[in-house]
Design a protein around this ligand. Structure first.
Ligand code: HEC
Ligand code: HEC
Ligand code: HEC
Ligand code: HEC
Ligand code: HEC
Ligand code: HEC
Ligand code: HEC
Ligand code: HEC
Ligand code: HEC
Ligand code: HEC
Length: 334
């Protein structure tokens, strides 16, 4: 039982092929635009009106889930293995089981299965899709959904979640659309997904962490959907030792960990945003530790490079770069 697809039988084959080639080209161009991801699975646009009127109750009375099993055995069997199949939860209007999402099934059953007489969530606009789910899930993790960046950009609960899964396939954790969260988020956030493939990264692609270790995709009151109140609070939640008050503080560390690190991964060791020594030299003058042998900064005739010249091992000596508690640690050497 598939949803209707618009078909254009009279459309010339050649023109259709042209269309395919064009869309392939467009698809290939999308990764370049990954900075500003567009929802790839757009919910039905305004020009595709809801095929039913959810307002009153055009669908007859509630008949209970057992009635559905008579004709939708496969769906019912698959559904029984999911969290929803196991729950007895009811919506405020008293609906439970299949009808808690699909609305009363009376008219649909009486008509021997007229698909127009049952609520088909996929055909609804995004906000109405989400409203079905929010009738039970408006608290906890989802409490800030309204007004969140995802809600604002036309995503719905069904952009990331899939309710029905065949009985013979594994059910993804949290009923996600894809088998892993990494892939679910990765369909749109191509740039973050790509960053995590870089050499220095936190263990996301290894499966120890997920995007939701740091983000709550449903909405938060913080920046960038972070679970904590600030970026540093986010980092401290796992790297607690970096929080400790230090005798000698390195100001950028307290200010923002991302001054030096990219949380999604980088090509430089320890996820630094740039290569040493340039990373440090964004702020520290080259004069004291010249890194170019024969420059003015080296302060000597060409063949006598400065004796304090160091190349790129700043943290070989300044090993306590996040701050020091040693009485003599003001240069972060110990
Ligand atoms: C008498 C058999 C019968 C019963 C009972 C029945 N259905 Fe259906 N249902 C059908 C048929 C036939 C279709 C149309 C299938 C199609 O178009 O592919 C359908 C379609 C649907 C669809 C739309 C499918 C789509 O492709 O979008 C939904 C949702 C649905 N039924 C839910 C239910 C629910 C919930 C119940 C129980 C309250 C139920 N049905 C009871 C026969 C039945
Ligand atoms: C938690 C909400 C929810 C419950 C409970 C639920 N459905 Fe659905 N159903 C959906 C959504 C959303 C879709 C759209 C596709 C999807 O996400 O899987 C859907 C799609 C369908 C379809 C269309 C076929 C398809 O895969 O697209 C049928 C038929 C259907 N449901 C029948 C049922 C029956 C029968 C039950 C009870 C055993 C049931 N549903 C319980 C939300 C629900
Ligand atoms: C009738 C109330 C109700 C409705 C409507 C409802 N849910 Fe649920 N949902 C539940 C309950 C109860 C659980 C189980 C919670 C638990 O186990 O702690 C649940 C669990 C879930 C889970 C977690 C599954 C897991 O395996 O961890 C997800 C994801 C979810 N629902 C998404 C949705 C989406 C998306 C919709 C809308 C299509 C929806 N729900 C509609 C009641 C509902
Ligand atoms: C951008 C993708 C995305 C969207 C949109 C989304 N979810 Fe989720 N959802 C997730 C991910 C990832 C998880 C698992 C990690 C977590 O718990 O945050 C999850 C987990 C859940 C859970 C199980 C955890 C819990 O809260 O107990 C429920 C229930 C749920 N979502 C409901 C919803 C509802 C309702 C909506 C729409 C209002 C929605 N989701 C929209 C990605 C999404
Ligand atoms: C269907 C496409 C889509 C999917 C899937 C998706 N997102 Fe998004 N996400 C967006 C869009 C669109 C924006 C808004 C971008 C903007 O406004 O610049 C966004 C914004 C964000 C932001 C930035 C919010 C801000 O305040 O700037 C974060 C963080 C984010 N998403 C995380 C996630 C995570 C984690 C997942 C997986 C659970 C996910 N997204 C899945 C489309 C998606
Ligand atoms: C270790 C924590 C962490 C993990 C894991 C993580 N992020 Fe982020 N993410 C952040 C932080 C911190 C920011 C804020 C960056 C900023 O404001 O410059 C952010 C910002 C974002 C943004 C918005 C960027 C902007 O410029 O506003 C998106 C989109 C995003 N993350 C997506 C993802 C996705 C998708 C995943 C999983 C593949 C993921 N993140 C995993 C910490 C994390
Ligand atoms: C959910 C827990 C968690 C959060 C939140 C978190 N990290 Fe991590 N981080 C880890 C884990 C786990 C590792 C891997 C440790 C290991 O391999 O020993 C790691 C490793 C690192 C590394 C070393 C990477 C390498 O290549 O060796 C850096 C740098 C780092 N994190 C910075 C940050 C920053 C900056 C933030 C805040 C934006 C942050 N982390 C937030 C769990 C977290
Ligand atoms: C001034 C730049 C800078 C800032 C700001 C900074 N770091 Fe670092 N961080 C580094 C450098 C450089 C390394 C590599 C050290 C090495 O290779 O010995 C590093 C390494 C790390 C590591 C892996 C090695 C270790 O010490 O565990 C973690 C985790 C880490 N940083 C977390 C953080 C957190 C959390 C913050 C914010 C509280 C932060 N960093 C702020 C420069 C910085
Ligand atoms: C975002 C700018 C910034 C970056 C990047 C940065 N620092 Fe600093 N650093 C500072 C500031 C500000 C101070 C405090 C200066 C003061 O107190 O006079 C400082 C202090 C120091 C000190 C203590 C000596 C002193 O003058 O107080 C050392 C050593 C140092 N930084 C080394 C490094 C190294 C090594 C790196 C690269 C891993 C680095 N810094 C990256 C801003 C930065
Ligand atoms: C071989 C060890 C070593 C290396 C490598 C090194 N430093 Fe230093 N650094 C020192 C010593 C020793 C001092 C002086 C400590 C003092 O005077 O108390 C110092 C002092 C500093 C100071 C404090 C102000 C000053 O000039 O006296 C800054 C800032 C600094 N280093 C940054 C860097 C940067 C950036 C790099 C990488 C380009 C770097 N260091 C590489 C050993 C090193």
């Amino acid at each position: 039982m598939k949803g209707e697809r618009p078909v254009t039988p009279t459309f010339p084959r050649a023109a259709r092929l042209g269309g395919v080639v064009l869309s392939v080209c467009l698809a290939a161009a999308i990764p370049a635009l990954a900075e500003d991801p567009k929802p790839q699975e757009q919910p039905p646009a305004a020009n595709e009106p809801a095929k039913e009127t959810p307002a009153e109750n055009p669908q007859g009375a509630y008949v209970g889930s057992e009635a559905c099993a008579a004709c939708h055995e496969e769906v019912v069997n698959g559904h029984a293995r999911t969290a929803h199949g196991r729950t007895q939860a009811k919506t405020l209007s008293g609906a439970a089981g299949c009808e808690s999402c699909h609305g009363p099934g009376g008219a649909h059953v009486e008509s021997q299965g007229d698909p127009k007489k049952i609520r088909r969530p996929r055909l609804l606009p995004a906000a109405e899709q989400s409203a079905i789910c929010l009738s039970c899930h408006e608290r906890g993790e989802q409490v800030h959904w309204q007004g969140s960046p995802h809600e604002g950009r036309g995503l719905s609960c069904l952009t990331c979640h899939k309710i029905h899964h065949p009985a013979d396939a594994p059910v993804p954790a949290h009923l996600l659309l894809k088998q892993t969260e990494f892939d679910t988020c990765g369909t749109c956030h191509l740039k973050r997904k790509a960053s995590l493939m870089r050499s220095a990264h936190m263990p996301l692609r290894e499966g120890t962490m997920t995007c939701s270790s740091c983000h709550n995709a449903h909405g938060t009151i913080s920046v960038a959907l972070l679970r904590q109140d600030s970026i540093n609070e986010n980092c401290y939640s796992c790297h607690a030792e970096k929080r400790a008050p230090m005798l000698w503080e390195h100001p950028p560390v307290r200010e923002n960990c991302l001054t030096c690190h990219d949380p999604h991964g980088s090509l430089h060791p320890r996820m630094q945003i740039a290569k040493q020594p340039r990373m440090c030299q964004q702020c520290h003058d080259e004069a004291r530790h010249p890194t170019q042998p024969y420059s003015d900064a080296a302060g000597g005739p060409e063949f006598f490079p400065n004796s304090r010249m160091f190349d790129r091992g700043c943290v070989n000596c300044h090993s306590q770069i996040h701050g020091s508690n040693h009485p003599a640690g003001m240069r972060f050497l110990r």
